[in-house]
Structures are given as structure tokens and as C-alpha cells.
Design a protein around this ligand. Structure first.
Ligand code: CP
Ligand code: NVA
Length: 306
């Protein structure tokens, strides 16, 4: 039997995302009305963190509890993972004691090896290459605020990192455009981004050109987790890639600003933007909870429609 995993954005079809978004709407509405919804009683989620987290841990742990199940947190430091136990062995054991696993790790190859040896669905909670749960929340947030994202333009300013790669995959699934502007030497790597090649993105040398007319402007830290050794060099290389008020002014009049968080005000984003009226970063963060509840429901129970 094939097990459904969510290891990168393109693992799901547009129809599956549309189902997830409809379920997110229902689950969020019930949560806001304090209605108990416990479809996952006796189910256990194991969360493996090889990197730090606030939002991902909190949203998965709280989400699983709110659905009636349990969540167990493991990290590299306190488990045998940090002492060289093969990922294949860890996957065999962990997946015999749980119903669902979320993994935050370094190379995508690690989570793929884990999934290949798992008896239960595996969710990518961020790798060096991708962050699919983040973009699930971001697209839900966009739709909630503005309606369909099809045909719209998203400006990605900064590093072509895991979040950027996932936006590029999502653009192929939902048929929108991404205008990417990175400093020289940090351009999108096509292979690494895992694209089908549908030509949904364009690269701009000048970030102002990328932002011009965009419906959504988004960015992320200049130095992602695991790349700390490059921090000093990146601070210099990315200095002109800050999303500031001038950049928001050239975007569409009703453009939104998003950031996956954590953010560094004065580096990749000006305080006036992230704390300004176009920013939807708190809704975006909250929606991690709701979309991931829909995702866990789908992976464990299939297409529920109650
Ligand atoms: N956006 C996000 O994944 O945040 P955390 O690193 O806090 O989980
Ligand atoms: N690109 C960032 C995202 C953090 C949520 C990182 O990988 O550190």
C-alpha cells in the first residue's frame, strides 16, 4: 500500500489543496466557536526537530491536541538521532509507535529516507530545500484576504531558500507568477527547487522591478538555519534587498506583505512594513495551526466532509 506523505509542495494536486482549504475553513470556524472537534482521538503525532522552532512546534502540537490526539516532541540533542542512529532505523521504530510523523531537518534527502522507511505518513516541517506547510498557510491566508491566487503576482525579495523554492512549486500548482529578486550569487537553483518547468517565475536584478505591480510582496531571513557560518558575508550581500516602504509603494495598491517569521526588522524587512497596514503576518502565522489540522485530518482519515 502506498502511503501519502507531504514532503514537498508538489506532492499534492490542486484538487487536494482545494479540499484542504475547504476543510481549513470549517476547522477554523469550529475552533473560533469553541466547538469540540475530535476526529483523531487515540492518534499520536511524533515531531522530530533537528532545528529550532516556535511556530511549527506550537501549531502541530496544539493542533493535534485540539483534534483529540497526542503529540510527542523529539529533538536531536535528547534522542539517539544525535548520536548517529541511522535515519532508516529511527523511521522503522518511530513509525511503529505512532500514526503520523513531522520532521524538521537539514537536507531533503534525510526526510525522503525517513519516509521510505516509515509505516505512517510523514510531513515536512522544513528542510534546507522546502517548507511546504508554510506555503500552505500563506496561500490559504492570501485566498482568505483576497480570493483566488491564480493569475496573481507574488514578489519574492531576498534569498532563494526553502520558502522561496516552495513558493515556486506552489506557483506551478496554482498557476500564479513569482517575480524573484536575489543578490548575485544567490539565484534560484532550478534542480533544487524541484520544478516541473511550467515557467511561472521570472528573475529580476533589481528588487524594485520584482515588486512593481505585485499583489503580494514576501521575504524571509537573509541567513537560514544551517547557514549561520555565512551570516557575515550575507549581511553585506543582501543589504539592498530589504522590503521597505518604497518597495511596497511600487507594488499594487492593495498588495499584501507576508513573512514566514521569525523576522529581523531592519534587515530583510523594515519595521514600517512588517508592522504596517499591508502586513498580514499574524494571520499568516495563526493559519499554520488551521491548515495543518486539515492536513493531519486528510493524511489520517482521507477526505472527510462533515
Ligand atoms: N515559520 C516557521 O516555520 O517558524 P518556526 O521556525 O518558529 O517554526
Ligand atoms: N528560511 C528560514 C525559515 C525559518 C522558518 C530557515 O530555514 O531558517
Amino acid at each position: 500500500m502506498t502511503i501519502k506523505h507531504f514532503l514537498q509542495f508538489r506532492d499534492f494536486t490542486r484538487a487536494e489543496f482545494e479540499h484542504l482549504f475547504e476543510r481549513t475553513r470549517v476547522i477554523k470556524q469550529r475552533f473560533k466557536a469553541y466547538q469540540t472537534y475530535h476526529p483523531l482521538v487515540d492518534r499520536t503525532l511524533v515531531m522530530i526537530f533537528e532545528k529550532s522552532s516556535t511556530r511549527t512546534r506550537l501549531s502541530f502540537e496544539a493542533g493535534m491536541q485540539q483534534l483529540g490526539g497526542n503529540a510527542i516532541y523529539l529533538n536531536t540533542r535528547d534522542s539517539q538521532l544525535g548520536r548517529g542512529e541511522p535515519v532508516e532505523d529511527a523511521a522503522q521504530v518511530i513509525s511503529r509507535m505512532s500514526d503520523l510523523v513531522m520532521v524538521r531537518t537539514f537536507e531533503q534527502e534525510i526526510i525522503e529516507r525517513f519516509a521510505a522507511n516509515s509505516r505512517v505518513p510523514v510531513i515536512n516541517g522544513l528542510t534546507n530545500e522546502y517548507h511546504p506547510c508554510q506555503i500552505l498557510a500563506d496561500i490559504y491566508t492570501y485566498i482568505e484576504q483576497r480570493g483566488t491566487i491564480q493569475g496573481k503576482t507574488v514578489a519574492w525579495i531576498g534569498d532563494s531558500n526553502n520558502v522561496c523554492n516552495t513558493w515556486l512549486q506552489a506557483a506551478e500548482v496554482f498557476d500564479f507568477n513569482v517575480h524573484v529578486s536575489t543578490p548575485p550569487g544567490y539565484e534560484v537553483e532550478h534542480e533544487r527547487a524541484g520544478l516541473f518547468g511550467a515557467n511561472n517565475y521570472e528573475e529580476f536584478a533589481d528588487p524594485m522591478d520584482a515588486a512593481r505591480g505585485a499583489d503580494l510582496v514576501t521575504t524571509d531571513v537573509w541567513t537560514s538555519m544551517g547557514f549561520e557560518a555565512e551570516n557575515e558575508e550575507r549581511m553585506k550581500d543582501f543589504a539592498d534587498w530589504q522590503v521597505d516602504a518604497d518597495m511596497m509603494r511600487v507594488a499594487a495598491k492593495d498588495a499584501l506583505f507576508m513573512h514566514c517569521l521569525p523576522a529581523h526588522r531592519g534587515e530583510e524587512v523594515a519595521a514600517a512594513v512588517i508592522d504596517g497596514p499591508q502586513s498580514v503576518v499574524w494571520d499568516e502565522a495563526e493559519n499554520r495551526l488551521h491548515v495543518q489540522k486539515a492536513l493531519m485530518e486528510y493524511l489520517l482519515l482521507g477526505k472527510v466532509d462533515n
